[in-house]
Design a protein around this ligand. Sequence first.
Ligand SMILES: Cc1cc2nc3c(=O)[nH]c(=O)nc-3n(C[C@H](O)[C@H](O)[C@H](O)COP(=O)(O)O)c2cc1C
Length: 185
Amino acid sequence: MPGEFHVVLGVSGSIAAYKAADIVRLMTGRGWRVSVMMTQSATRYVGPLTFQALTGRVVAHGRFEDLPDSVYAHIDLAQDTDAILLAPATANLLAKIAHGLADDIVTATVLARSVPLIVAPAMNDRMWANPATQDNLALLRARGVQVLNVEHGELACGRMGAGRLLPPEQIVEAVARLLDAAEPI
Ligand SMILES: Cc1cc2nc3c(=O)[nH]c(=O)nc-3n(C[C@H](O)[C@H](O)[C@H](O)COP(=O)(O)O)c2cc1C
């Protein structure tokens, strides 16, 4: 459909990965076309079939030798989109994209993009507070990546602290603001 927004969602290996299904539903509910890509680790938490059913599109995941569709899936995903959202974004994924690694579909797509990138981190409070993570986030912000905050509360590991994924509604609202500032393709 001409004029509709297309968002690529990258899901990584956080316990919050199941919340990405709600994020997809909220985005498709706004009439956006959504494509999901996953790290290999993320597929241990949620099956690609869940996202395939919610989006009606093949879900590219993992390393290149496992990709189902086009051999240039990372280029296709990076080019045919208005924005890329990483949610949840693990400490590992943030470190990789901050340093330009491209060893799976998610990191390679991020590296090949020319569209805005927005990340919603989720992790244990000590991982979040670690200077390595904070330095990586500062690097990403300095390059124009929109880094969403995390929530303070009870974490999956049982600790209280900062590191919870922002609620899906707030994440999608932030993407909507980003898209409103851009013209649909
Ligand atoms: C049960 C469990 C939950 C995890 N949750 C998180 C998380 O919320 N955030 C995070 O950064 N890492 C988390 N990890 C660690 C990541 O899964 C690990 O760093 C993995 O290599 C990330 O891979 P990816 O970034 O390619 O998806 C968790 C690990 C386990 C076993």
